[in-house]
Write a protein that binds this ligand. Structure first.
Ligand SMILES: [Zn+2]
Ligand SMILES: [Zn+2]
Length: 165
């Protein structure tokens, strides 16, 4: 399968071939630095399976020296088309894949696990495996985390009324 993916403004394009080797929510600090979200919906592809097609405009790149990662983005709109992780894999964010599918992430690219869960900024209550670091490594005991008693934030009265409306 070959996918043509473009950024929001349409000036930049990449081609992805085959299927990703991993689909995950990543909670790493490296992904926060690369993609800007607290957790990232992303797909991991082999090095040769993601490329800028011949004739397309070259992408702007930024190298994160502290994580040994690289961001490849559109110089016009700033959308990240893909990133390169420390192992050389190509990471295509879910947002880029969703953009090519009328805004929703196709089921074949939906995350099947959480990775780098030890670096998370909040707990997740779903049934997917939660690897503390890499897939296949030690898992997080998610039941205990979900049951943990947390202090409820104070919610202004006006918002409570909106909620119950
Ligand atoms: Zn663009
Ligand atoms: Zn990550």
């Amino acid at each position: 399968m070959t996918l043509s993916l473009s950024c929001r403004c349409g000036a930049s394009r990449i081609i992805a071939s085959g299927m990703p080797v991993m689909r995950a929510y990543c909670h790493s600090q490296a992904c926060r630095d690369l993609f800007g979200g607290a957790a990232t919906t992303m797909t991991t592809w082999r090095r040769g399976d993601v490329e800028v097609p011949a004739g397309a405009r070259p992408l702007a790149t930024y190298k994160h020296t502290n994580h040994n990662t690289e961001r490849h983005f559109c110089a016009t709109c700033g959308d990240v088309l893909f990133a390169v992780d420390a192992l050389g894999f190509r990471l295509i964010p879910g947002a880029t894949l969703a953009h090519a599918s009328h805004g929703s992430l196709p089921e074949r690219f939906a995350p099947t696990m959480h990775v780098n869960y030890a670096q998370r900024q909040f707990d997740i209550a779903d049934n997917l495996p939660k690897y503390l670091e890499r897939p296949g490594g030690p898992l997080h005991d998610s039941l205990r985390a979900v049951a943990r008693v947390v202090r409820q934030p104070e919610i202004p009265l006006s918002m409570q009324q909106v909620r119950s409306a």
